[in-house]
Design a protein around this ligand. Structure first.
Ligand code: AHR
Length: 506
């Protein structure tokens, strides 16, 4: 039997709510159709935002939303997306399917969406093809409360009050689609651009996110920190508040983007291989984190994993540039495992945005016309929402064993544990085995017997189980009943291929 020892006296880092963040790009049907249908649509909406989608997202709890890209960000010129919609410029979305972008969703619509969701805002600005002036004026337009050309323009366009920009990305993937820069060059550009990102009127300072590495490009991390980290007091902890990291799990290959594999049709071997590739996230956090520690031992800069998730082949018959993929129990396990990893590294990981929110890559929801379904990944985010803002507790999983063989071996059980402000303990676990359930003896180091289960839910199924528009509830959140109390905590049985959340209260 596996044993989970929870040291509830060992209170560790705060789990930043932003670890449960999302990413929405002008890509395929993420923004248009997924989130935004326009005010005149027959699909019920509030100011153009789909009501069904917004309501479901609120239930799942979205802490932060990143927009407008991705690669799109470094080609986005924000002025094209403001003012009367009929006058907004139409452009070609060169990255994603070559379709016409009519700019009907722009700055005002983004802030309206975040208002409806009640989430923080993460605007990714254009460094690759934009100018310093353009970035600086966008910040002025969004945040300046006074008389100035950009604030006046915002008011003319119907928004008197400034908005709050919580995070600003200074470019995206500038080692690739954001300009193919070398680290030294980007680092100098970052220093320059971020200089003109002003904090107006004593506003809450905008947290600036510097473009970090692609996967395991440790050279990039080192070079960028070398140039941008500054120990002098006037720069506080350097020029940045966060360094991004992008890592996608490609099921069938390490780096051949032509053979990613199907989202729903895969073998058991590929299932375990997917988990193994996804588990690589922990090594990336450790290694990039170790480099960051050399500059920033107090961990003031966050590692912002603002793009992560499974990237498969698109669904047959769909536009290859739209990145529309289905979402199975395999996705649920990948989500559960990664979120547990992020929680456990919450001393350094301060944000993570799954790619992408809806209809693109590993989404939490899919839409087809007026229909909307929740994916297995949705339920994992919903079950894990109690970790947001809670305190990580020390936990050790003993005798859990492994699954998968040879190079695909991964731990069978993954866990993380937190305690919220009311003293409620949330335990989230994945059982990565396709074959066997696992008994787990959960022991708390203090007052174990005094705790009772106040909520227990789970998702389970076969590895490729997924929801469709005809059958939307193949995978859904169920009540978890397979537990009993012990003098030190409880005993639980995790079903094979499951993600479980158990909450304990004294
Ligand atoms: O999420 C899809 C794309 O993946 C993003 O636009 C880009 O940043 C990354 O390469």
């Amino acid at each position: 039997m596996a044993k989970l020892v929870i040291n509830n006296e060992n209170k560790k880092s705060t789990i930043a709510p932003e670890i449960y963040g999302h990413f929405s790009e002008h890509l395929g049907r993420c923004i248009y159709e997924g989130l935004y249908v326009g005010e005149n649509s027959d699909i019920p909406n509030v100011n153009g935002m789909r009501t069904d989608v917004v309501e479901a997202l609120k239930e799942m709890k979205v802490p932060v939303l990143r927009w407008p890209g991705g690669c799109f960000a470094d080609e986005y010129h924000w002025m094209d997306g403001i003012g009367p919609k009929e006058k907004r410029k139409k452009m070609i979305n060169t990255h994603w399917g070559g379709v016409v972008e009519d700019n009907s969703f722009g700055t005002h619509e983004f802030f309206e969406l975040c208002r409806q969701l009640g989430c923080k805002t993460y605007v990714n600005a254009n460094l690759g093809s934009g100018t310093v002036r353009e970035m600086s004026e966008w910040v002025e337009y969004m945040t300046f409360n006074g008389v100035s050309p950009m604030a006046d323009l915002r008011k003319e366009n119907g928004h008197e009050e400034p908005w709050v920009v919580d995070y600003l990305g200074v470019g995206n993937e500038n080692w690739g689609c954001g300009g193919n820069m070398r680290p030294q060059h980007y680092a100098d550009e970052f220093r320059r651009y971020q200089t003109y990102v002003r904090n107006y009127n004593g506003n809450k300072p905008i947290a600036k996110i510097c473009c970090g590495p692609n996967v395991d490009d440790y050279h990039w991390t080192k070079e960028v920190l070398n140039t941008c980290f500054d120990h002098t007091p006037e720069h506080f902890h350097g020029f940045m508040d966060g360094l991004s990291l992008h890592y996608y799990t490609l099921p069938e290959t390490e780096d051949d983007w032509n053979v990613k594999g199907s989202a729903t049709d895969f073998t058991e071997e590929v299932f375990y291989q997917t988990l193994k590739r996804s588990y690589f996230m922990e090594e990336l956090i450790n290694n990039h984190g170790a480099i960051m520690d050399q500059y920033d031992p107090e961990k003031k800069i966050g590692l912002m994993i603002d793009e992560w998730g499974i990237w498969t082949d698109v669904e047959p018959g769909t536009n290859p540039g739209f990145l529309y993929q289905q979402n199975t129990m395999r996705d649920a396990l990948v989500a559960g495992m990664n979120l547990n990893i992020f929680n456990k590294h919450s001393d350094r990981v301060k944000m993570a945005c799954i790619a992408q929110m809806i209809n693109v890559l590993q989404s939490v929801m899919l839409t087809e016309g007026e229909k909307m379904i929740k994916t297995p990944t949705y339920y994992v985010f919903k079950m894990y929402r109690h970790h947001q803002g809670a305190t990580l507790l020390g936990s050790d999983l003993l005798n859990g064993g492994t699954v998968g063989s040879g190079k695909n071996e991964v731990p069978k059980i993954f866990e993380s544990v937190s305690e919220d402000a009311d003293g409620v303990i949330t335990i989230t676990l994945t059982n990565n085995s396709l074959e066997s359930s696992e008994d787990v003896d959960v022991q708390l180091t203090k007052d174990g017997g005094a705790y009772n289960v106040c909520e227990a839910v789970y998702v389970t199924g076969k590895m490729a189980d997924h929801n469709t528009f005809d059958n939307p509830e193949v995978v859904k959140e169920l009540e978890f009943k397979d537990y009993s109390k012990t003098s030190e905590g409880l005993k639980i049985t995790l079903p094979a291929c499951s993600v479980v959340s158990i909450r304990l209260k004294k």
